[in-house]
Design a protein around this ligand. Structure first.
Ligand code: FES
Length: 202
């Protein structure tokens, strides 16, 4: 979920708040731009220029950082950003079928944003949650042990007006990246439909 910013002053205020929170140091650069990216959905040029000014670093360095991390974007993204783990452990645990279910449901290719601006679909490298593969992250909500059959249900949670997963977040199989809240990601139960799908997909 992103914050609507109306003008350049809003952007400048947001950047200043992020710099105040994390400190005007080079070490704080990634947390600063990550916070701005999370709030705005992307990093507009004016935000990067403002960060550059406050941290006394060249614009070019900042744009290089913004381009390096896949979690960051210099282009507007959808209201909800799906990051799907494409690394091998997720793939062999059924990620391919989950990915196909996502593409069918959203009709998007990797890196695309839906025409209604609701979804951006990204593939990412392992976020380190292989124990609950396959894994995908929607905004800041982590979903582990995902099976294709659950994809429509998971996406539907973000369709409901007024539902804010970033606050709701008690997931039986996940946690929130920002708050760390959520139940433990326990071992996969045997005999689930997802296990079946995985075996069938190998
Ligand atoms: S390979 Fe997907 S979380 Fe590690």
């Amino acid at each position: 979920m992103t914050t609507e910013v109306k003008n350049a002053q809003d952007v400048a205020s947001m950047v200043q708040a992020a710099v105040d929170r994390h400190g005007a140091t080079l070490e704080a650069l990634v947390p600063i731009v990550s916070e701005i990216n999370r709030k705005l959905g992307y990093l507009p040029r004016e935000a990067l220029v403002e960060v550059s000014r406050l941290l006394h670093m060249p614009d070019s360095q900042l744009f290089a950082v913004a381009s390096f991390y896949r979690m960051l974007s210099t282009q507007p993204r959808g209201k909800h950003v799906i990051q799907f783990c494409e690394s091998a452990p997720c793939h062999v645990m059924g990620g391919r079928e989950v990915w196909q279910a996502l593409q069918v449901a959203l009709e998007l290719e990797p890196g695309e944003t839906s025409t209604d601006g609701k979804w951006t679909l990204l593939t990412v490298s392992c976020p380190g949650l292989c124990g609950v593969a396959p894994v995908m992250v929607i905004d800041e909500d982590v979903y582990g042990n995902v099976v294709p059959e659950r994809v429509p249900e998971i996406l539907a949670r973000y369709e409901c007006t007024g539902f804010a997963p970033a606050q709701a977040r008690v997931e039986p199989f996940g946690l929130n990246l920002r708050t760390g809240r959520g139940k433990a990601l326990g071992p996969r139960r045997s005999g689930r439909s997802g296990d079946k799908a995985r075996k069938g997909g190998q």
